[in-house]
Design a protein. Structure first.
Length: 166
């Protein structure tokens, strides 16, 4: 059971914009990714590896893998709340899990699991992130461990077939 003090990182609330609505009358799948990405930028800023860090030209984070689960619709004007927890971290990698909620109705609209790697912008190869950032990330990972593993962590894509009775 999580400690009452243990909370995932929460990004500022956003609102579904008109240009994000597709022919089905809901937010297009691409914009779920956009919102997760922009929310992750706010976490990176908290870890001192955000925009100001990247602009120095030393290093940045690249997404190596991402898995989004679309669970419910978001529509025009809906307020969106995104939280992230650090599942794992080391000197070069961050394994992150995001939850996207309707900010007023509270339902879970989507999840995003991703692996980010720190890259030297000079060599374009993986490299350790600044020690202060990795220390902060590892501390946050340890705090977030009390939240438990999200149900969707490690999901794979595939058609699940019912086993036939013999």
């Amino acid at each position: 059971m999580p400690d009452a003090q243990t909370l995932p990182f929460e990004a500022p609330i956003r609102q579904v914009e008109p240009q994000w609505i597709d022919l089905n009358g809901h937010m297009n799948m691409a914009y779920y990714n956009l919102l997760f990405d922009e929310a992750l930028d706010t976490l990176f800023t908290e870890l001192d590896i955000g925009w100001n860090y990247t602009q120095k030209g030393e290093g940045s984070f690249f997404t190596a893998e991402i898995h989004v689960c679309y669970l419910d619709e978001l529509k025009l004007g809906d307020p969106v709340r995104i939280t992230f927890q650090i599942i794992d971290a080391d000197e070069k990698r961050l394994h992150l899990f995001g939850h996207m909620y309707h900010a007023e109705k509270g339902y879970l609209a989507a999840t995003s699991e991703q692996m980010c790697i720190h890259v030297s912008m000079k060599t374009r190869k993986t490299a350790p992130m600044p020690k202060t950032a990795s220390d902060k990330a590892i501390q946050l990972k340890e705090e977030h461990a009390a939240l438990g593993q999200p149900e969707q962590t490690g999901k794979t894509i595939g058609i699940r077939r019912k086993k036939e009775a013999n």
